[in-house]
Write a protein that binds this ligand. Structure first.
Ligand code: ARG
Length: 590
């Protein structure tokens, strides 16, 4: 984990600080002992410090060391732990694990403090100011496929988590709007629509089909091919008619992409490949002057240690490619945009490409050699989307999956489920539509995020819209139930949080309270390790812990009503923040 700053709510970090002091006192003068603190589920404690064994193997046999084995080191670590109001008791177990039981009064006070001061006080505090998240990034005139949907969903969540951490995020859509395919598209456009300037999506119909048709032509007709190749040159040299046709094609694609983004509520700022084009020659020249660019089989390349193919930055025909653009975009982001963390979200198939780009940037001295230091880059890869048959995802009728159709289906199905629950009688048509969209799209997003992103995932509507298990639907209902309990109590939790007091005397209250407090460290882990599924798992467990608490602890009408309503409120607040970060759902406190 990147070394970040103190965060008011992060228990693990607070304990690590205390253990740091204890370790320094246990073996004075020992450099670089990082406290190893982890949450634990055992009956001996809430957190554990696991340094004793490692430390013992480092120091045993040294003159002046009086410990006899790891348990004794553990005892010393425990003894040297500074007094703290957050700790109730400590014990040493097995080969020197130091278990910590947190004080339930301290826990209760801190949950209440969050309710009063806001969940933002539990946000991670990163030591950077600006990041780029490069995500979605479909290609003009080609299909925007489920891979791009995954990139859009995962990228949006990562960007949201960084924004929550007070980092300014440049949400970059690196669309494929440049390249040789445009020669073919433009010539085909001229041919089919002599008045091409008036052409729009209604005339062209389907840009993907248009692409396919022009490609067919390109493959069989030598004369057309020749014209298309010349068109690339004319476009790149800035000939007006060609520029106009290019803009036209890009605009049509862009409008299609925007519809998907709008439906998903995702905000992106386009800086496509073409944007970086004017900067490429300068960047390649600088790299050449540094002695990094070499000739190889007519092309100009950068060799990278440990990888047997070089990174081609100028093709043998003198043209630029994907890598030239990515090197230049990286340079621009570091130098012009002053981004300290640059994150790329694409399928795992592009891992080697990014690995090479990052290594080339290190060779050029743009990035520090140590990956833990900023500025840094990360490739966030993800696996394939599979259909229920375990094969690459396709819809029944078409070869490719149209994202718009997919979102339509999610909405239709969730609307049907709402009607089945009798909501049509309760709500207006507009409410029904809005909820169907929120639940349907939320379900698609959540199903994607809850898996470890590197594994392939199976797209299954029945599963993602199930109201049981780890699904958005189940979790949204869980949140709605909590809100309705609060509402039915007739109490104003806004007042109660100032005047009332939380107590965590019942075992299930304590478990729920601890889980709530762990939000801060989990969201920091999900954000710094770029793993949204960690936050999904947390949210699901929160709802499970809440259910156990609610089944075993009477809320309304009990002697502990105030405290328990505040626990309900805190659970709803944390859930809402998770929903916002994961699926961009803004829920009301109903
Ligand atoms: N357009 C590419 C694709 O569809 C993804 C671009 C990712 N970003 C980048 N900077 N290379 O595969």
């Amino acid at each position: 984990m990147a070394a970040e700053q103190e965060n008011a709510g992060n228990l693990k970090r607070k304990l690590a600080k205390l253990f740091q002091l204890s370790l320094e006192a246990t073996v004075p003068g020992e450099p670089d002992i990082e406290p190893l603190v982890a949450a634990c589920t055992g009956k001996f404690g809430d957190y554990q410090c696991n340094n004793a064994m490692g430390l013992w193997s480092k120091i045993k046999g040294r003159p002046g060391i009086e410990f006899r084995g790891p348990p004794a080191v553990g005892q010393a670590i425990m003894k040297n732990l500074p007094q703290s109001e957050m700790i109730e008791s400590c014990s040493v177990a097995g080969p020197g694990f130091v278990n910590v039981v947190l004080s339930k009064n301290w826990m209760a006070q801190n949950i209440q403090k969050m309710l009063v001061d806001g969940i933002e006080t539990w946000a991670p505090k990163l030591s950077i100011k600006r990041a780029v998240v490069d995500f979605s990034s479909p290609n003009i005139a080609k299909e925007m496929h489920v891979g791009h949907l995954r990139s859009t969903i995962i990228g949006d969540t990562l960007a949201s988590m960084l924004e929550f951490s007070n980092v300014e995020v440049l949400r970059r859509n690196h669309v494929g709007d440049w390249g040789t395919q445009f020669g073919m598209l433009i010539e085909f456009l001229f041919e089919k629509f002599p008045n091409f300037e008036d052409v729009n999506e209604t005339a062209i119909g389907d840009l993907q089909a248009f692409y396919k048709e022009s490609k067919q032509r390109f493959d069989v007709d030598a004369e057309f091919k020749d014209r298309a190749q010349k068109a690339v040159v004319r476009l790149q040299s800035g000939e007006q008619m060609y520029r106009k046709a290019w803009t036209q094609i890009c605009d049509i694609s862009r409008r299609e992409f925007d519809q998907v983004y709008q439906r998903l509520g995702v905000h992106l700022e386009e800086k496509g490949e073409s944007f970086y084009n004017p900067y490429i020659p300068g960047v390649i020249e600088a790299l050449t002057n540094q002695g990094l660019v070499e000739e190889s089989k007519g092309a100009r390349v950068i060799f990278i240690e440990g990888i047997n193919i070089p990174l081609i930055v100028v093709k043998s025909d003198g043209g630029y490619n994907y890598a030239s653009t990515d090197m230049t975009a990286l340079w621009y982001r570091l130098n012009e945009e002053k981004a300290e963390w640059i994150i790329y979200v694409t399928d795992v198939g592009q891992q080697q490409h990014f690995d090479m780009v990052f290594k080339a940037a290190k060779r050029a001295g743009w990035l520090p050699a140590d990956d833990r230091q900023y500025p840094k880059t990360n490739h966030v890869g993800f696996g394939l989307v599979l259909g229920e048959d375990g094969k690459r995802f396709r819809t029944r009728s078409t070869e490719v999956v149209r994202l718009a159709d997919l979102l339509d289906e999610a909405k239709t199905r969730s609307k049907a489920a709402l009607i089945e629950r009798g909501k049509a009688a309760e709500w207006t048509e507009e409410e029904l539509e809005q909820t169907a969209e929120a639940v349907g799209y939320g379900a698609v997003k959540y199903a994607d995020l809850k898996n470890n992103r590197l594994t392939n995932y199976t797209f299954d509507f029945d599963q993602m819209l199930n109201d049981k298990g780890n699904t958005a639907v189940y979790l949204l209902y869980a949140h709605a139930r909590i809100c309705s309990i609060i509402r039915k109590s007739g109490k104003d939790t806004g007042e109660l949080k100032k005047t009332g007091k939380i107590v965590l005397d019942h075992a299930d209250e304590r478990v729920l309270g601890l889980h709530l407090l762990q939000f801060a460290e989990v969201v920091e882990e999900a954000c710094t390790n770029l793993l949204p599924n960690v936050l999904c798992e947390y949210l699901y467990n929160l709802s499970e812990n809440y259910t156990r608490f609610y089944s075993n602890c009477q809320v309304v009408g009990s002697a502990e009503e105030t405290s328990r309503l505040l626990l309900c409120e805190a659970t709803a607040v944390v859930m809402r923040k998770c929903f916002f970060l994961l699926v961009r759902e803004t829920l009301q406190g109903e």
